[in-house]
Design a binder for this molecule. Structure first.
Ligand code: PGA
Length: 248
C-alpha cells in the first residue's frame, strides 16, 4: 500500500516571517494527519526557520532545487550538504528550472545522484508541454525524461525516489489534467519503471500529480489507482487551501 504524499512547493514566495507563519498554521491544522506524508518546500532563505518550526510535527521539509556539486567556488549555489541540515526531500527538475534556467535531463540526473549520495530523497519532476501533448508525443517525452534523468540509478536508489508528473500546460494555469489524463500517464510511468526495475520497485514507487491541484479537484485525482499524491504550487501558499488539499 502506497502512503499518499502531499507536498507544497512555495516557489519564490514568502519571506521568513510569512513562511514561519504559514508553517505554524499548517502544523496546527494538520496535527492529526497520520495517513499521509506532508511536506512543505519553502525558499532557501526560510528553510532553517521553517524547519525549527515544524521539526517536532508531522510536517516535513523539502528544498526546491540544489546544486550537483558538494561544495566549492559556485557562486549563488546551494549544496546538498547544506540542505541536509533541514531537509528530507528535494524537488529536482521542476519544469520552471528546465524552462527558465536551462536544466536538462543530464543536469537533473547529476542532481538526483548527488541528492541520493547525501541522503536526500528526490522528488523528480517530469512532464510534457501542450505542444508535445497535441503532437501525440506525451509518452515519448515522459519515457525519455525518465530514462535520462534516472540514468545509472539502481533498485536501492529507486526506493528513495518520488516521481512527480506535472504536465507543463497545467502548472499555474488553472487547467488541471483530468483524473483520466493524469492516470493514463501515471500508469505509463509505472510501466516504464517496471520494465527497468521490476514489479516490486514499480509497485512501491510513489507517483505524484502536479498542476493546478486545488481543494475542489484533489479528491477525484487521488481516487485514481496510480496517483499517489500531489505536488501543489499556488494552492499551497495559503494554510486553509493546502490543509484542505491534505485533508480532502
Ligand atoms: P500549481 O504548481 O499548483 O500552481 O499549478 C504546481 C507545481 O509547479 O508544482
Amino acid at each position: 500500500m502506497r502512503k499518499l504524499f502531499i507536498a507544497g512547493n512555495w516557489k519564490m514566495n514568502k519571506n521568513v516571517k510569512e513562511s514561519v507563519s504559514l508553517a505554524k498554521s499548517l502544523i496546527n491544522r494538520l496535527k492529526d494527519v497520520q495517513d499521509k506524508d506532508v511536506v512543505v518546500c519553502p525558499a532557501f532563505t526560510a528553510l532553517s526557520q521553517v524547519y525549527e518550526e515544524v521539526k517536532d510535527s508531522n510536517v516535513k521539509v523539502g528544498a526546491q532545487n540544489m546544486s550537483f556539486e558538494d561544495e566549492g567556488a559556485y557562486t549563488g549555489e546551494i549544496s546538498p550538504r547544506m540542505l541536509k541540515d533541514f531537509c528530507e526531500y528535494v524537488i529536482l527538475g521542476h519544469s520552471e528550472r528546465r524552462q527558465y534556467f536551462g536544466e536538462d535531463d543530464e543536469i537533473v540526473n547529476k542532481k538526483v545522484k548527488k541528492a541520493l549520495e547525501h541522503g536526500l530523497k528526490p522528488i523528480l519532476c517530469i512532464g510534457e508541454t501542450l505542444e508535445e501533448r497535441d503532437g501525440d508525443k506525451t509518452f515519448d517525452i515522459i519515457e525519455s525524461q525518465l530514462k535520462k534523468s534516472l540514468k545509472n540509478m539502481d533498485k536501492n536508489d529507486m526506493k528513495k525516489i518520488i516521481i512527480a508528473y506535472e504536465p507543463i500546460w497545467a502548472i499555474g494555469t488553472g487547467k488541471t489534467a483530468t483524473p483520466e489524463q493524469a492516470e493514463e500517464v501515471h500508469v505509463f510511468i509505472r510501466k516504464v519503471i517496471k520494465k527497468s526495475y521490476g514489479d516490486e520497485i514499480a509497485s512501491e514507487l510513489r507517483i505524484l500529480y502536479g498542476g493546478s491541484v486545488k481543494p475542489d479537484n484533489v479528491k477525484t485525482l487521488m481516487e485514481k489507482e496510480d496517483i499517489d499524491g500531489a505536488l501543489v504550487g499556488g494552492a499551497s501558499l495559503d494554510a486553509e487551501s493546502f490543509s484542505g488539499i491534505v485533508d480532502f
